[in-house]
Design a protein around this ligand. Structure first.
Ligand code: CMX
Length: 434
């Protein structure tokens, strides 16, 4: 199996590092938890080790310690493309070495061999009404494949604990191989009168997805999808979707059960759904002023959004304290290929005005744009105008990172996760006894 030998070579080193850390420094205190943190979403409390990716508050996401700019430069490119091949990205997330072009191609070839989606997945998706939630369809489709889990089979055949990661990797490759067709199936069912398009084995992962949603004629859309998948593949394993998948996986639930749970978290408006809300906000703004709005009009509109008690989608972040480098990468893509697109120009005008308004509130910790501030505008340019589908694109990409974290957790035998809950009365007496 691809990657198995690479991970096998690293596993004993990782296990030794973790075992030594626990044995020699098990009592080392790395953080105290305050009452405020307990009541505010355990914000900022270190609860995970995340060697696959890390969100640096001042510089953004790093995959295996490479910044987005480095990754864009260093990963092998799809033939005839300026953007990295998704297979190479998966390799880097799973291993910690930059792959060669042939390694990236090996992953892509393996995905092609495993890309057949079982019929029952389509039946489950078809059982939803056409106007059902695209994310619920995706989550249910992923969940249904649990019956095919190689990990589950291995577990019930009493494979030893130290080898659980191998069948989990097997599941991860199967799941990521099938994701493009499942995501495309949902798109075609909901927005293209169920006109399904068969995969084209000659195409790379991202281009094949573009082809299956009817965008295969525009090579630039395939380029966008290569970039999009790369930018959304992972964001540390403490965010809602990755942490949920990790938590569920820690009970030794298989990858399909874990990832379906993660996708349900991604579907929330404060997480992945912000993608669609941001695009809708931009479109409403654009239509309200019947064209690209002036600075004053954006100010008026943004203030009204805040007065109505709503957030300005695409701005702010729980961890980042800078302009998201993923936003910058998308901005550069649009500037290079369609600088005059009106929705893109609207997004750029918003970028000039909104951070100042959010700073004025005095409470927003990060007034800068996150990746969602541009995602929708870029998709919209290529005619993917169904904003309620955007989180599915996010989910398609995020499976690469989330499943890498799940495999890694199994490789180092991370135990079941079980923090502790306290009652308010307990907190009050702890405080009064001080
Ligand atoms: N517009 C208006 N108010 C905002 C805001 C925004 N874009 N971002 C933060 N705030 C407000 C918060 O709602 C909070 O207000 P209250 O104290 O009244 O509850 C206050 O500022 C402090 O929040 P924070 O500590 O700066 O931000 P949080 O960590 O609580 O929340 C996030 C982070 C992303 C949920 C928030 O910035 C937000 O709602 N942004 C808009 C939605 C969005 O773009 N989400 C995508 C995030 C990316 C991702 O997860 O993938």
């Amino acid at each position: 199996m691809i990657l198995e030998d690479r991970i096998e070579a690293n596993v004993s080193v990782w296990r030794e590092r973790v075992a030594r850390m626990i044995k020699e420094y098990g009592d080392f205190v790395i953080s105290n938890v305050t009452v405020q943190q307990i009541y505010s979403g355990i914000r900022g409390v270190p609860i995970q080790v995340s060697d696959i990716s890390f969100v640096d508050p001042d510089h953004g996401i790093r995959y295996r310690d490479y910044s987005i700019n480095e990754i864009l430069k260093l990963l092998p490119k799809a033939p005839g493309s300026k953007y990295p091949m998704v297979g190479g990205l998966y390799y880097l997330l799973m291993d910690n070495e930059l792959p060669t072009l042939s390694k990236a191609k090996e992953v892509e070839e393996e995905w092609k061999k495993r890309a057949t989606v079982p019929d029952y997945v389509f039946k489950i998706i078809d059982s939803f009404p056409d106007d059902g939630s695209a994310m619920a369809m995706l989550s249910a489709g992923v969940l249904s494949m649990s019956c095919d889990s190689k990990f589950s089979k291995a577990y019930h055949e009493s494979v030893g604990k130290n080898d659980y990661w191998k069948s989990t990797l097997d599941d991860s490759i199967d799941l990521t191989a099938r994701m493009p067709q499942i995501a495309a199936y949902i798109y075609n069912k909901k927005y293209r009168n169920n006109q399904q398009i068969d995969p084209d084995p000659k195409l790379d992962y991202a281009a094949n997805f573009a082809h299956m949603i009817g965008k295969g004629d525009d090579p630039l859309y395939s380029e966008l999808m290569r970039l999009f998948i790369l930018l959304h593949a992972d964001h540390e394993n403490a965010n809602v979707s990755a942490h949920t998948a990790h938590l569920v996986g820690s009970a030794l639930s298989d990858i399909y059960l874990s990832c379906s749970a993660g996708l349900n978290g991604l579907a929330g408006p404060l997480h992945g759904l912000a993608n669609q809300e941001c695009c809708n906000w931009l479109l409403d703004l654009y239509h309200f002023y019947q064209g690209i709005p002036s600075k004053e009009q954006i100010e008026e509109y943004a203030r009204k959004t805040l007065e109505d008690g709503k957030v300005i989608p695409g701005y702010g972040h729980a961890v980042l304290r800078c302009t998201d480098p993923r936003f910058t990468a998308e901005m550069e893509f649009a500037k290079a290929h369609f600088p005059d697109d009106e929705l893109f120009r609207t997004a750029m005008a918003v970028f000039e005005v909104v951070p100042g308004i959010l700073m004025e509130t005095g409470k927003v910790k990060n007034p800068w744009p996150n990746v969602d501030a541009l995602n929708g505008a870029l998709q919209y340019h290529f005619g993917v105008t169904e904003t309620d589908y955007y989180t599915v694109l996010f989910g398609l990409s995020r499976m690469l990172g989330i499943t890498s974290h799940v495999v890694f957790a199994r490789a180092v035998n991370k135990p079941i996760e079980r923090p502790k809950a306290l009652t308010t009365r307990m907190l009050e007496s702890m405080i009064s006894e001080q």
